[in-house]
Write a protein that binds this ligand. Structure first.
Ligand SMILES: [Zn+2]
Length: 436
């Protein structure tokens, strides 16, 4: 016996396990994303006769039904139709778990929609802006945002229970999708794992994490390592009044290279160029020009004799460059102290030398560090930094490799060098494929 066409078709389109389609209704609806009327299809489902009900917590078959209520959820559109399902969902009295609801395998756990619709939304949100995905499916912006967030966390192995017992965390950002997008990552420093990831690198990206964490778990956090230049600080102060903000060496030295060394190099080159006309000056200019990477490398890494000679010429050619180069190496020592008193003493000595230099960019940078001194000195008590990323799971490593891959493209190679001074000439080139 063959089935009626309509039944076979519904089975093909539906497969709502445990349920049959009882009847089909239509509803007039508002406009769709193109302004055309969007008709609604409402499928009324009923529980399959004799199908056992399972506890959604433990999966055991439960006989005792407490009551049944009607649920209405979204499904994938069928043809032109926005499709809704109306079905009875039983509340059970599980002998093991107490009062629970019945397991519905095709129902998304958190959203009022089917799993397959949530999956489709998550897939589209990888390549389209949230606003467009929301408009296309006629669902709320917040819903798409949540689904995307959850899918992202799943792909990177950040589970919900990872949010329990956080004491020391680090927050950082990464370029993804060839630099078109950024993601904010929160790491559990003690357990060396990713606990949160969200698209974007603004306060809003962090707010989702803070909301999910909640006030009680927020209050247990002792220290947060963060990039001093990111807009996170204000947000963090509100949620973690008790926690120490720790500004790490990595971001500060990278910023020093950008704001001080680059600035001085440009200024000095211009100064020499202005006095051009003599061969010696032109020679000095040539030495300074293009030698930036020599300044950024640690002395110990300068292997060849040629490199050493070039650096010597360069430093001789210019006093200001020499000062900012030496002070950069010295500044790193600030992060070696474990005693705040000793660190403060070191800082005062460093500051004196920096201010005496009379180099405007260096003085400005020093004043800025002074304003953030609390966060720099708290590194003594909480020696954490984004270096913990190195010890983190493989997925974050994959993420970092993508960041390297992006940065090795010609347009942003200097940015790469600044951000990853420890990898000046051996970047890992990988296929430009977005992992998340
Ligand atoms: Zn149960």
């Amino acid at each position: 016996m063959t089935e009626p066409v309509s039944d076979a078709l519904l089975k093909l389109l539906g497969e709502w396990e445990g349920f049959d389609v009882e009847r089909v209704e239509t509803e007039a609806e508002g406009d769709d994303v193109f302004g055309a009327p969007a008709p609604r299809l409402v499928l009324m489902l009923r529980a399959k006769a004799g199908a056992p009900k399972r506890c959604s917590q433990c999966g055991a078959i439960v006989e005792k039904i407490h009551d049944v209520s009607e649920r209405r959820v979204r499904d994938l559109p069928l043809g032109e139709w926005d499709t809704w399902l109306v079905f009875p969902r039983a509340r059970l009295q599980c002998p093991r778990c107490g009062p629970t609801v019945e397991a519905v395998p095709w129902l998304d756990r958190y959203q009022r929609m089917t799993t397959r619709l949530a999956e489709k939304i998550a897939r589209l949100a990888q390549v389209l802006p949230i606003k467009q995905v929301a408009a296309w499916f006629g669902v709320g912006w917040d819903t798409v945002k949540q689904i995307d967030q959850r899918a992202l966390a799943q792909r990177l192995g950040a589970a919900e229970d990872h949010l329990d017992g956080l004491r020391r965390i680090a927050i950082d950002e990464f370029a993804i999708c060839r630099g078109h997008q950024y993601a904010t990552v929160v790491l559990d420093v003690d357990r060396k794992r990713v606990v949160w990831i969200a698209r974007g690198r603004d306060q809003e990206a962090l707010r989702g994490f803070l909301t999910a964490l909640g006030p009680t778990r927020c209050a247990a956090v002792d220290a947060v390592a963060v990039d001093m230049w990111k807009p996170y600080a204000a947000e963090l102060r509100v949620h973690y009044p008790q926690a120490a903000l720790v500004y790490d060496l990595f971001h500060i030295v990278a910023k020093y290279a950008l704001d001080v060394i680059d600035r001085v190099r440009v200024d000095e080159t211009n100064r020499l160029a202005a006095a051009a006309g003599q061969g010696k000056v032109r020679e000095a200019r040539r030495v300074i020009k293009g030698a930036r990477w020599l300044l950024l490398r640690n002395k110990a890494n300068l292997k060849t004799r040629g490199e050493r000679v070039r650096l010597r010429d360069l430093l001789r050619a210019n006093r200001a460059l020499f000062i900012v180069y030496v002070l950069k190496d010295d500044l790193k020592r600030l992060w070696q102290y474990r005693s705040p008193v000793a660190a403060l003493r070191f800082w005062k000595a460093w500051r004196r030398r920096a201010l005496r230099s009379r180099i405007p960019a260096l003085r400005k940078f020093t004043a800025m560090l002074e304003r953030h001194l609390d966060g720099i000195l708290s590194h003594c008590r909480y020696p954490i930094n984004s270096g913990v990323l190195e010890g983190c799971n493989n997925k974050i490593k994959a993420l970092k490799r993508v960041a390297y891959g992006i940065a090795t493209m010609p347009t942003s190679s200097s940015r790469f060098a600044r951000r990853f001074p420890e990898f000046p000439d051996d970047p890992i080139r990988i296929a430009h494929k977005c992992p998340i």
